[in-house]
Design a protein around this ligand. Sequence first.
Ligand code: NAD
Length: 495
Amino acid sequence: MKTIETNLREYGHYINGEFIGSSSNKKIERKNPATGELVATFSLGSKEDTHHAISVAKNEFENGSWPKMSGEERGRILSRLSRLILENAERLAVIESEEVGKPITDARGEIELGARVVEYVASLAQQIHGQSYNNIGRNRTGLVVKEPVGVVGLITPWNYPALVFCHKVPFALAAGCTTVVKPSEFTSGTTLEIAMLAEEAGIPKGVLNIVTGTGEEVGQAIVDSPDVDQISFTGSTSTGEKIQSGSAKHSRKVTLELGGKSSMIVFDDANLEEVLDAAMLGFMVNQGEECCANSRLLLHEDIADKFLENLVEKVKGVKIGNPNNENTQMGALIHEEHLEKVLSYIKSGIQEGARLLTGGKRLTGTEHKNGLFVEPTIFDQVTRNMKIFQEEIFGPVLSVIRFKAANEAIAIANNTKYGLANSIWTSDVNKALNVSHALRSGTVWVNTVFDLAPQLPMGGYKASGFGREMGTMAIDEFMEVKSININTGKWTPHY
Ligand code: NAD
C-alpha cells in the first residue's frame, strides 16, 4: 500500500490570488468515502463571497492584463501549468483519490490526462485567429475578429474534479476570459491545488478565482449574477436545466455537459476477449460514477450466453476496497445518499423483473465496513422501458439486452433521452461506420471505450447537453465574434 497523505487539508476560497475564509466562517468537512476519515475542510461559501469573486474577475477582465496578452504569452503560461500539474501529479492523484473514493491508479491516469489537455490548450492559445475579406464591395475591407466573452462562471461535478477543470478552465483562459470556478462541495481539493499551480505558472491574480460551497448558495449566486457573461456547467441534467432557465433572464451564453445513458453494442464478429475487459471497464470505471459509462450492454444473441458467463466470472474477481491500494480496481461511492440511490435502482431492477446475474448488495465485511462500497451488479433480461435501462444510475450497475440485427441494436441504443458516448465492437469496418452514423450521441467509440484525445470534441446530443469541450472548437465556446466592416473610400449608402 502506498503512503497516503494523512494530514488534514484546510482550504479557503481562492480569490484575487489569496486564500481567504468564508464571510460566514463556516466550513464543509470532507471524509474519505472509503474509510470515513476526515481528509479536508473547505470554506462554506456565501452569496457575498461569490459576489466578491465575480467583482474581482470583472475588474480583471475590464482593467487587467490577461485579456490583452498575446496568445503566445497565454500559451506559455498554460504550458507551464501543464508541466507543474505533471510535477505534482502524485500529490494531486492522492487528493483526488481520497476525496472521490476512486482507485489511486485511476486518479493518476486522470491527472496525467488533465495535464495533456492543458498542454494541448497551450498550443491552441497561439492559433486563435479571425478572417479577412477584400471581396465585399468597392473600398470595403471586412475583418472577422474573435474576442473573449468576458467573465465565465464554471461549475463542476464531483466525479472527475481535476479532469473536468482541465476540460473547461484552460480553454476559457486561453480565450482571454477571467473566471469564477465553483467545484463540487464534496471534492474541491484538486481544483484549489491546481489554482496554486496556476499562480506559480504566472496566471495573474484575479483571473482564476475559486469559490467553494453548495450549488444552492454559490452556484445559484453565479447563475443570478448579471456580471457573469457565460456559464459552463458539467453535472446532472436536472441542475443543468435550472442553470439554463436561470440564465435566460440575462440572455447569457450557456454550455452544458450533462448526464448520459450510453450503450456498448457488441456484434458476433467482435474480438470477445477484448470486449470482456472493455465491458467491465464500461460500467465499473470510477465506480460507475461516470457520465460516459456504457451501462447498457447490447449483445448479439449468438454470443450472449457464453459472453455473460465469462463476464460474470471476471466481475466476481474484481478487487474492491481501499482506493489507496495499488491493486484496487473499484473504490467507494461518493456519499451515503448516493449509495442509497444506487441500491434503490438495483431493487427496482429486481422488482421490474430483470434477472440479477451477480452483485446487488452493499459490501459490509471487515475491509469495507467504514466505506461506501457496492458490488458490481449485472442484470440480464432487461427490457427497454425498465427504470434501470432508462435512467442514469451513476453506479456500477449493468443492464443487458440481446439483439439480432444492427438496426435493432441502433434503435435500442437510441431509445434514451440522453446522447453522450456509445461504443461499437465489430471487425466489420462498414458496419462500424454505418452504425456510428446512426447513433445519436456526441461520441462514438469503435473497438475502444473511454478513449479521450484532447483533439476530439466531447459533448452531448439531446438531454446530455450542448456546446463542446476539447478540440479546437472548445476555445470558440468562450469567444464572441465581431465583424468589422471598413470603408476606405467616399461613403455612399450600401446594403
Ligand atoms: P450536480 O448537478 O448535482 O452538481 C454539479 C455541480 O452543480 C456541483 O458543483 C453542484 O454544487 C452545482 N449545483 C447544484 N445545484 C446548483 C444550482 N441550483 N445552481 C448552480 N449550481 C448548482 O451533479 P453531480 O452529482 O456533482 O455530478 C454527477 C452528474 O454530472 C451526472 O449526471 C453526470 O452524468 C454528470 N457529468 C457529466 C459529464 C459530461 O461531460 N457530460 C462529466 C461528469 C459528470
